[in-house]
Design a protein around this ligand. Structure first.
Ligand SMILES: C[S@@+](CC[C@H](N)C(=O)[O-])C[C@H]1O[C@@H](n2cnc3c(N)ncnc32)[C@H](O)[C@@H]1O
Length: 217
């Protein structure tokens, strides 16, 4: 299991409830659940794609898997909230523009227990190892002169057809701002090399954030 998933598992082991947003095919969530000694009493997985939801249901047949796009009203019973909420695999990278990401975090704030924890990982555009010294250097310089470049085009070959999609690649500075405006405190930020699982630092790893609600928010 990836080092970052072990960190997630250490949080949610024995938890009251866990909501995984953007669960995709559910394989990652299934592997995290399998590693737990005491799975959370309530586990909810959601994704905006119906295809992903169907696949995730096959991988986690005994769990609640729902189709939900963060832009819509939550499909949960009134007042249902969660102790842990995760966004894994750069989920916010699929949401554009910045104001939409802010709205999503605000919705998640409302869905989180007062003593809850938000766990999210993000692709870090200052990461020299992932994007090269030149590109990461330009990204850092642009951030310094307040002309950030945050949305990139990723092209993938799917069934022989080249498909291009915009992806938001964040920075710790932007996540600090987003989480602060949406009333979260950042408790910890760590950096990882996802491939090796090694601990890294801000210029050499992808980011992982643990955040809680601001007092009284
Ligand atoms: C890169 S995948 C990550 C999948 C999984 N969490 C993982 O780490 O393997 C991102 C997922 O987020 C979902 N997604 C994108 N925008 C979303 C939104 N607005 N609300 C809920 N899910 C969304 C996509 O359908 C996709 O399955």
């Amino acid at each position: 299991m990836a080092a970052i998933d072990r960190v997630v598992a250490s949080h949610i082991d024995g938890a009251r409830s866990w909501l995984d947003v953007g669960t995709g095919d559910g394989l990652r969530a299934a592997s995290i659940v399998d590693s737990l000694h005491r799975p959370p009493r309530s586990i909810t997985l959601c994704d905006s794609s119906l295809g992903m939801v169907k696949t995730a249901r096959q991988h986690l047949p005994s769990r609640r898997v729902v189709r939900w796009t963060l832009e819509e009203d939550p499909p949960f019973v009134a007042n249902e909230s969660f102790q842990f909420i995760t966004l894994l695999g750069n989920v916010l990278g699929h949401i554009h523009p910045q104001t939409a990401r802010l709205n999503q975090l605000t919705i998640l704030h409302q869905l989180m227990d007062d003593d809850g924890i938000l766990l999210l990982d993000f692709n870090n555009r200052w990461n020299v190892r992932a994007y090269g010294t030149w590109n990461a250097g330009i990204n850092i310089l642009r951030d310094l002169v307040h002309q950030p470049r945050a949305t990139f085009t990723v092209t993938k070959s799917i069934n022989g057809e080249l498909i291009s999609t915009p992806v938001y690649i964040g920075s710790v500075k932007e996540y600090r701002t987003l989480l602060n405006i949406s009333e979260f405190n950042i408790d910890r930020i760590i950096y990882f090399n996802y491939a090796s699982g090694k601990s890294e630092w801000v210029l050499t790893g992808q980011g992982f954030i643990e955040a809680s609600k601001k007092e009284g928010s």
